[in-house]
Design a protein around this ligand. Sequence first.
Ligand SMILES: Nc1ncnc2c1ncn2[C@@H]1O[C@H](COP(=O)(O)OP(=O)(O)OP(=O)(O)O)[C@@H](O)[C@H]1O
Ligand SMILES: [Mg+2]
Length: 631
Amino acid sequence: MGKIKVLNDNVINKIAAGEVIENPSAAIKELVENSIDAKSTRISVEVDQAGMGLIRIVDNGEGMTRDDAMLAIQRHATSKLNDENDLYSLTTLGFRGEALPSIASVSKFHLRTLTKNDENGTSIKIDGGKVLGICDDNISPGTIIEVRNLFYNVPARKKFIRSLHAEKLSMNQIFIKLALSRPDIDFSFIDSGKEVYRLPANQNALDRIGYIFGKDFTSDLIPVVYDSSKIKLTGFVSHPQLCRNTRLGQYFFINKRVVQSVQLSQAIQRSYGTLLPSGRFPIFFFFLDIDPDAIDVNVHPTKKEIKFSEPSKIEQIFNLAVSDVLKKSKLVFDIKEQNEELKKINLSYNIPRFTNVTGLKEIKSAEFFSKPAPIINDNMDVKPEISSAKTDSSNDEFLQQLDAIINMENAEISLPVAPVDKNIVSGMDSDVNHDIFSQNTNYIKVIGQIGNCFILAENNEGLMIIDQHAAHERINYEKILNGIKENKSDSQSLMFPITYQTDIIKKKFILKKIDILNKAGIGISEFGTDTFIIDSLPDYISPSSIVAVLDDIIDESGNNNSESIENWQIKLSKMLACRGSVKAADKLEHEELQGLVNDLFQTQVPYTCPHGRPTVLRMTYEQLRHFFKRE
Ligand SMILES: Nc1ncnc2c1ncn2[C@@H]1O[C@H](COP(=O)(O)OP(=O)(O)OP(=O)(O)O)[C@@H](O)[C@H]1O
Ligand SMILES: [Mg+2]
């Protein structure tokens, strides 16, 4: 007898479950997606012991007839796909006919369902893939699925389940994603008998975000819209002051499907350019509607990723749409009511904050709804008011905990960031109007310098505190980069040229970059085997420091030979800007301070230094009045 035999269905289902149902969150995702596909308008998710004890999903969707219910628990049985072509015109979230039999094979499973047209509902109980019984059930139209003791019969899988705390956070994250994907549906989430979320139906995306993350959170979000005949993109990106150290706060919904995309994340990150320090990531929520035949949804076992037929075009749309709103928005950093750093210090990671997610009661108050949601303009000419934000601390704590967990879990999606300024700097119109800044430059009046480090200034909106080093760096950075790009850097001839001795590695580097160094005003040329000569320099580099500057540039650049010219121009400009800028502890005269402030507000991105640190902190009159209780 041969060695090869066909596996039985139960084993096949367990193998499938290994791929599709890796943890309780995956089961929740599959079951809720089924409820969404069944056109439910209300979906409730209930869990116990982080989903390992019980997951119960109740929906008011179409339900199933007895025959359909019996088919639904069989492998490759689906109502959503007829033939291969349907894969490219899918409007449902599911299509493989795998989820129910997979879950039922690794749990104690109970399906109860009734359609509107039937009188008797159906109840099917399955233990570890074995059908225990099928009978009538008396329930309201819709479907109830209970999954108990997940993985009870696959101890190997159970071992891979992280701590219950980690599972809770990941479950919470998946619930949030699903709820954000369909703000029109009424969702609730009950954990160990406590209602964590109750999200009413018919919300718009921003209301839903506000319900979940707190209304103050939404005041730091900037709407993005792009509409063409084939693609409709709407969403929100965060003010740079609302950023995180992971990509966790980044949400993509493509044709209402929850997905992740490293490429799109990077495209958006590039739009932020120097607005963010390296290692910080913007928060965003994007809803993309695209022709189903322009995407392939069948590329990932848990359907977490999709493939675009024209990925670079989509990345470009995201990149340009975000660049456009950022350049039109007022991105000055506001003083918050409570210092963010202090809040971080108070953070306790040990207390499970899971049930303390939103201060739900507060958000439900009439006050939230009395404030009109920002209007999404379809001509992209949106200038949302970035108001002072009082962050909901409980929620922030919660998000940070999620960050910590997901950071651990999704280490592979925390990619290194290569900030490219293309869109922020060179792609910007030179006559961009920075609201308060360029319009009211005359009104930005310097009051004085404090701590030999910060400039106090006022304008018609309130008080500004400007970091003189960061401001000068921004000014110099844009000047140097433009000089390199347009080959018109200022450079002074040296009376006594300087020689620069190199080794083989340094020599190779300098030779490769010599053109850009020249364009930056550093008159360097080859002079003998391992020597270069420098005969002119920009005025911000002193002859005595040029050797050290070149050594630093080589050290900081590392051995990255594959870097694009554009990236290297940006990097070099950042390094030179930092060296040529006034130091934090330099005492400056009043005129110098005023000159610096005027120059800052003429730059294209006055809000941050080229490394993404803020340049200006604003305290509006409104905030001052509020603080001194003058309202
Ligand atoms: N909550 C529900 N309400 C109504 N019908 C449902 C529900 N859940 C499942 N079904 C039916 O059972 C079928 C099987 O569900 P299952 O999740 O296993 O597969 P699928 O959704 O078709 O594909 P996928 O495996 O990609 O999720 C579905 O096609 C659907 O017809
Ligand atoms: Mg499904």
